[in-house]
Design a protein around this ligand. Structure first.
Ligand SMILES: *[C@@H]1O[C@H](CO)[C@@H](O)[C@H](O)[C@H]1NC(C)=O
Length: 191
């Protein structure tokens, strides 16, 4: 082995090492333009009040399909409920108001209690006051944990994407429910 060959080889290794370090540094500090940033996280409690003078959820279509939940009247496939449910900071309806959840849910599963939920989260207090999020997804409300999608938003949440981890905090059958929403929202840097 000649000395020149050895030198050539070590230069080659040095250049490879330098490129590797450069690639690592770049991958850590550089993002694709428009790539989602860290998610904003919000915890909201939603009060779905079906009974009493202060009802915020109203059945607008009675389902005509198979009975999903017995009762008087029974709950059938196709039932649609419009909502304008208050959102608060804690599980008590008397806790700090943060906005409202406006939309509907429809019993969309022939063989179980899963609904298609479609709503706008209208924030009127807190750091995102004036902004909205649009949430759509499947809510199998007897499951302990559900996941719904954030498909868009306005204001601070323009072009947002994300997800909502959805749990039932308390529930009386066909009456009132309190839902706990753990919201993860990604906004795009160039939106
Ligand atoms: C649904 O059925 C119940 C019970 O029969 C009735 O009280 C209610 O008015 C009906 N709602 C609609 C939207 O038709």
């Amino acid at each position: 082995m000649s000395v020149a060959w050895l030198e050539q080889r070590s230069v080659y290794y040095l250049v490879s090492l330098a490129s590797l370090v450069l690639a690592l540094v770049l991958s850590m500090s550089w993002q694709w333009p428009g790539a989602p940033s860290q998610p904003s996280r919000m915890r909201l409690f939603m009060h779905d009040v079906l009974t009493g003078p202060g009802a915020t959820a109203v059945g607008v279509v009675n389902g005509t399909g198979p009975v999903l939940i017995g009762g008087e009247p029974p709950l059938r496939f196709g039932q649609v409920v419009m909502i304008d449910d208050p959102l608060t900071e804690g599980p008590s309806p008397a806790s700090t108001p943060l906005g409202s959840a406006q939309g509907f849910y429809a019993f969309a599963s022939m063989h179980g209690p899963a609904v298609l939920l479609c709503m706008n989260v209208v924030l009127t207090a807190g750091p995102y006051s004036g902004s909205t999020l649009t949430v759509v997804g499947r809510d199998n409300f007897v499951a302990p944990l559900r996941e719904l999608s954030v498909v868009g938003g306005t204001g601070r949440f323009r072009m947002a994407t994300g997800y909502v981890l959805w749990r039932t905090s308390s529930w009386e059958m066909q009456k009132n429910a309190v839902l706990e929403l753990d919201v993860f929202v990604y906004v795009h840097a160039h939106a």
